[in-house]
Design a binder for this molecule. Structure first.
Ligand code: PEP
Ligand code: MG
Length: 579
């Protein structure tokens, strides 16, 4: 039973059949065909081999005629040689004949076996990508035309993919057929992971080669809490994971009774717990879990859905509905944070070498007023329908914030001239997501009414670790002394200026960090809905003075390991069942 370990990103365990998506989202169901179809499927497979060879020959001629095309042309020759290998073709024909597989299933299975052989030989390892390429080429010819839409899935599956974008993940979730997902790439705070957590879908990322290890239809156990995927589990493993899931569900149920109780420490210090949302439908789960507001609405996800880009009116309707659903509870609408790992199909993006350091977020908005302006107007128009606040992301210097606020004021004037009734004093906030913003928190705080610390980005920029890159995932941590010192600085500066400060990165929902964050002085935390009960339980179990002692001690520790061990011991002492 191959067992793969990756990065756990969304709690929960699921058991089900694998649906393997390749990079082009070609879905290859394992299909059996009746006797009468065997000859047809064999013809289909042979035609796919022929068409792929022909395609390669044409590409090679084209490349050879261009300067510098030789290397690629040679690779294509190697591909062609594989495709012409009579043994390979015979294996596919035999699979169709003996096992009654469809042409697509037979090619998929045979190429996977081939790929595993390559992976097992160190000197062939480099060629694995070639095999994957050949497989895609063949499958395009076989199932390309018969490509089935994911939305047409009829049974629940565990999705296995090389990588998933946040919008693919959201689209898959909307089919209601995805039990969980596993990917080769990704990190714990990539937006794909955040979407999974927000929607309560178990997920493991950074599994290296899971998409080539698993064959469509394989039975899988996916443990999103511990980051484990088991292929073809035996009965004992299935039982173990069913029990584990049962215990988790019971724990969640036991936390439900806290829903109506206030989030306050034993000595009565109130801590506001808010929810983070990507989609309007997430408001209800946040309220159900006990959120007393929405501390982060990632509005860019409205742009990442299929269909045309939302207009000012579309956005106004959404912001208004969300505010009304919250019935007076605060709603922080963050302006568009596009770019880096969040792209939209409606905007053709110039590829950037370092997109996380590129034209993303507020930088993109200030450069592309045609998208920023309608959003500012929509938020302002919605502002009188609820307790709405506006927040600007990824600010790295004071001038950027001033420009954004200036545009907001202009939009306000324009709306007033047009006769719209809007709230003139909408509270403005800024996210602290870059080390420069953290170090200049005092200056930024002078311009706004609140700060919100985005640790997901702050960590990646402070430690120089790409949050989506599984290869450096072990270096990505909220518990590095540098991060904790940055947090302390921001909280201090905000307090000095008497400006509210909250934290809305994933660290807010991390059970191990709760004591520390409260001890550092944070009184508002915003997180995925599913994390709220657990964090509330911790808060209700502690004394403020203890949390402050913990924070003071952590600030004296010098390494991540010491900090994690210490926080684990302290949290376990107070509330053992959550650690
Ligand atoms: C953050 O960076 O911590 C944050 C909340 O924003 P996002 O995860 O959307 O980048
Ligand atoms: Mg961010």
């Amino acid at each position: 039973m191959p067992l793969k370990r990756g990065i756990p990103v969304s709690n929960g365990c699921c058991i089900g059949k694998a649906l393997v998506l390749d990079a082009e989202e070609i879905r290859v169901p394992r299909r059996h065909v009746p006797d009468t179809m065997l000859a047809h499927e064999q013809q289909l497979a042979l035609r796919a081999f022929e068409s792929a060879c022909q395609e390669i020959a044409e590409e090679r001629v084209h490349l050879r005629s261009r300067v510098g095309g030789d290397v690629v042309a040679d690779i294509l020759s190697a591909h062609e040689a594989i495709l012409k290998d009579p043994k390979l073709r015979q294996e596919v024909l035999d699979l169709i004949h003996d096992k009654h597989y469809s042409a697509g299933s037979a090619i998929e299975l045979m190429m996977r076996r081939f790929q595993r052989r390559f992976e097992a030989e160190p000197f062939l390892h480099e060629r694995v990508r070639d095999v994957v390429d050949i497989k895609r080429r063949l499958l395009r010819h076989v199932v390309g035309e018969a490509r089935q839409e994911l939305s047409e899935l009829t049974e629940s599956v565990i999705v296995v993919a090389h990588d998933l974008t946040p919008s693919q993940t959201a689209a898959l979730v909307r089919t209601n057929k995805m039990l969980g997902f596993a990917t080769d790439l990704g990190g714990a705070t990539s937006h794909t992971a955040i979407v999974a957590r927000g929607l309560g879908i178990p997920a493991v990322v950074g599994l290296d080669n899971i998409s080539s290890l698993v064959t469509p239809g394989d039975m899988l156990v996916l443990d999103g809490t511990h980051g484990v995927v088991i292929v073809d589990p035996d009965e004992a493993q299935l039982e173990e994971y069913r029990e584990q899931e049962q215990r988790r569900v019971e724990l969640i149920r036991s936390l439900e009774e806290l829903r109506e109780l206030p989030a306050q420490t034993r000595d009565g210090t109130p801590i506001e717990l808010h929810g983070n949302i990507e989609f309007p439908e997430e408001v209800a789960p946040c309220i159900e879990k006990g959120a007393t507001g929405i501390g982060l609405f990632r509005t860019e996800f409205l742009f990442m859905r299929q269909g045309p880009e939302p207009t000012e009116e579309d956005q106004f309707q959404v912001y208004r509905q969300v505010a009304e659903r919250l019935d007076g509870k605060p709603l922080i609408i963050r302006t568009l944070d596009l770019g880096a790992d969040k792209y939209v199909h409606t905007r053709a993006w110039e590829p950037e070498a370092n997109p996380f350091l590129g034209l993303r977020s507020i930088r993109y908005c200030l450069r592309h007023r045609e998208v920023f302006w309608p959003q500012l107007r929509a938020i302002l128009r919605a502002s009188r329908h609820g307790n709405i606040r506006i927040m600007f992301p990824m600010v790295s210097r004071v001038m950027e914030l001033r420009q954004a606020i200036y545009l907001l004021r202009l939009a306000q004037e324009e709306l007033e001239e047009e006769g719209f009734e809007i709230r003139g004093d909408i509270p403005i906030g800024v996210m602290i997501e870059t080390p420069s913003a953290a170090l200049c928190a005092r200056e930024l705080a002078r311009e706004v009414q609140f700060l919100s610390i985005g640790t997901n980005d702050l960590i990646q920029y402070a430690l120089a670790v790409d949050r989506t890159n599984e290869r450096v995932a072990s270096l990505y941590t909220p518990h590095d002394p540098s991060i904790i010192r940055l947090l302390r600085e921001v909280v201090r500066r905000a307090r000095q200026r008497q400006v509210e400060v909250s934290l809305c990165g994933e660290m807010a929902g991390d059970a191990l960090s709760a004591l520390l964050l409260i001890g550092l002085g944070l009184r508002r935390l915003s997180m995925s809905a599913g994390k709220i009960p657990e964090i509330k339980k911790i808060i209700r179990s502690i004394e403020l003075a203890d949390a402050e002692k913990v924070a003071a001690r952590v600030l004296r520790l010098e390494s991540e390991r010491e900090i994690v061990n210490y926080l684990r011991d302290e949290t376990r002492r107070i509330i053992p069942e959550l650690v």
